[in-house]
Write a protein that binds this ligand. Structure first.
Ligand SMILES: Nc1ncnc2c1ncn2[C@@H]1O[C@H](COP(=O)(O)OP(=O)(O)OP(=O)(O)O)[C@@H](O)[C@H]1O
Length: 235
């Protein structure tokens, strides 16, 4: 395949994705037949009111939850068709995930948190450290490598979480409210980092956010409404 056709191959794709939650006798359809294509270097924002299904969609795209109908293809592979262990490895190789509440391990330092995905992949401590240190520097936290999450500010923790999502050199990073707990200045820093990484390293970003300012800075905004995903025209 030529580099150009590789570039046009969606790194993450969903087709006819639906999700219904069953609570006792009640069924709640949260997502209805959603199609989405994410290409290298894309920056997409998904907006929608509270309870519209944004997190549910992100979890399905990440293979953390199972769809009621439809498919998710990550780097061309249907996640639902894979066994648990290879699916985890495939996800670890191609996807980074930044959660709203960062989910850093409290007992590990910032550096150790960033090293973790590589240690899980079976890399040595030295290899993991060699990859994690420059990333911490890139997010402006070289001097905080030995600090535990409790000793960092909210913005610093979010940047550690971003470095951890990037350390495995994923093709796509999913972010749930990446600036939800950040002040305006730190949110702007996170945005410029996302922009730089998308342009220079062709990493694709899918951001779920309530922050319309952040959404407006991405290539495309999608709105989730009554289970359907619609592309928005730019403001
Ligand atoms: N495990 C579950 N079982 C039953 N219903 C659920 C479950 N998870 C989510 N829901 C319901 O699905 C709907 C969508 O939830 P989701 O968390 O995806 O929304 P959201 O758009 O991310 O909301 P917010 O912006 O408030 O975080 C909500 O009505 C929620 O109550």
């Amino acid at each position: 395949m030529s580099p150009k056709s590789l570039e046009r191959q969606a790194i993450l794709e969903c087709r006819g994705l639906s999700k219904t939650y069953t609570e006792g006798p009640q069924q709640v359809q949260v997502l209805q037949s959603i199609d989405l294509h994410v290409f290298p270097g894309d920056r997409l924002a998904i907006i929608g009111s509270s309870g519209s299904g944004k997190t549910t969609l992100l979890n399905l795209l990440a293979g953390l939850d199972v769809a009621s109908e439809g498919q998710v293809l990550l780097a061309g592979q249907d996640l639902a068709q894979m066994k648990q262990k290879p699916r985890g490895l495939w996800r670890n190789q191609h996807l980074g995930f930044v959660y709203q509440f960062h989910h850093l391990l409290a007992e590990l330092s910032a550096l150790e948190n960033v090293m973790l995905p590589l240690l899980i992949r079976g890399q040595s401590k030295d290899q993991a450290q060699a990859a994690a240190r420059p990333l911490l520097a890139r997010v402006g936290l070289a001097a905080r490598a030995d600090h535990k999450p409790a000793e960092l500010s909210g913005g610093e923790r979010q940047r550690v979480a971003l470095a951890r999502a990037l350390v495995g050199q994923p093709s796509c990073v999913l972010m749930d409210e990446p600036t939800g707990n950040l002040d305006q200045h730190t949110a702007a820093e996170v945005q410029s980092l996302i922009q730089e990484l998308a342009e220079q390293s062709r990493i694709a970003f899918v951001l779920v956010t309530h922050d319309l300012q952040l959404a407006a800075q991405q290539h495309q905004i999608y709105q989730l409404n009554q289970g359907c995903l619609a592309a928005q025209s730019r403001p």
